[in-house]
Design a protein around this ligand. Structure first.
Ligand SMILES: Nc1ncnc2c1ncn2[C@@H]1O[C@H](COP(=O)(O)OP(=O)(O)OP(=O)(O)O)[C@@H](O)[C@H]1O
Ligand SMILES: [Mg+2]
Ligand SMILES: [Zn+2]
Length: 250
């Protein structure tokens, strides 16, 4: 009884198969086995890459400052019922799609409560993260003060960011949306810290979005003149002057 025999693989041609004494099974074409191994490895690599991309996305969303309904806010879910709303939506979309990380472009949305400023700001952050893979975040002025204050205490969590880490992160992140500018920076120390953030962004040309209920001129004393001037430089301004969306939903 022979333990080898000639076989023919339609893809790889003739080969000699051997029988395994224990299992009684014949060996397969080595070319086919190798191709299967390579296909499996390619699939593993692809899975790994997808998992990494998923982790990166989760990490970017985790440090985006967005939570709850903000994470669901998108350009698609923004209803433009008037030409003015459509124009602001178009401008925000265009900004999110085209803004460079060193072009010094800023965008302001000014308007009364409920007009969708936070919605559009969140949509811009989401677009940068999800469609462009760019780190972006939205924080209200109050939250920034809280982030910075949290770095002062003695019982500070060891893993928590230090003050200069917060300033570096906000100063260097691809896109920053400053929400609810009008309240928050009450003390001179807080204005100095926000100036550090804005000045870093200004020097790098990083884009910043400002959302406020106040008229632009009234934002000046809130942020301090130096931060204000840097944010007004190269800024496009949009006024959201329509009914509150919140009222309609009541
Ligand atoms: N045009 C719109 N289409 C769909 N949803 C909208 C629109 N405008 C606002 N909303 C929704 O209405 C709610 C209030 O909007 P948002 O918080 O964005 O307003 P705001 O301008 O930031 O108000 P405030 O100045 O009080 O912070 C949110 O849930 C938002 O998703
Ligand atoms: Mg808001
Ligand atoms: Zn083969």
């Amino acid at each position: 009884m022979t333990d080898t025999r000639k076989e023919n693989c339609p893809i790889h041609g003739d080969y000699s198969a051997r029988v395994n004494a224990e299992t009684g099974r014949w060996t397969r074409c080595w070319g086919c086995v190798e191709a299967e191994i390579q296909a499996q490895e390619a699939q593993d690599r692809q899975r790994e890459k997808a998992a990494e991309a998923g982790q990166v996305l989760a990490q970017l969303l985790d440090s985006s400052g967005m939570e709850g309904r903000m994470l669901r806010a998108s350009f698609e879910s923004y209803e433009a019922r008037t030409p003015a709303q459509a124009a602001v939506l178009t401008a925000c979309k265009a900004f999110a799609e085209s803004v460079d990380l060193d072009g010094g472009r800023n965008l302001w949305l000014i308007g009364p409560p409920g007009t969708g400023k936070t919605h559009l700001g969140s949509a811009i952050v989401s677009h940068l993260i999800r469609e462009r893979g760019i780190p972006a975040a939205i924080y209200s002025a109050r939250e920034i003060v809280r982030l910075l204050r949290a770095t002062w205490g003695r019982n500070r969590d060891e893993d928590a960011e230090t003050e200069s880490e917060v300033i570096d992160r906000l100063g260097e992140i691809g896109l920053l949306v400053l929400d609810e500018v009008g309240v928050g920076f009450d003390k001179e120390a807080e204005r100095t810290q926000i100036l550090d953030v804005i000045d870093r962004r200004y020097k790098l040309g990083r884009p910043t979005v400002v959302l406020s209920n106040l008229h632009a001129k009234d934002v000046k004393p809130v942020l301090g003149p130096r931060a204000f001037d840097r944010l007004r430089d190269g800024a496009e301004m949009h006024i959201c002057a329509w009914e509150s969306h919140r009222k309609e939903n009541r």
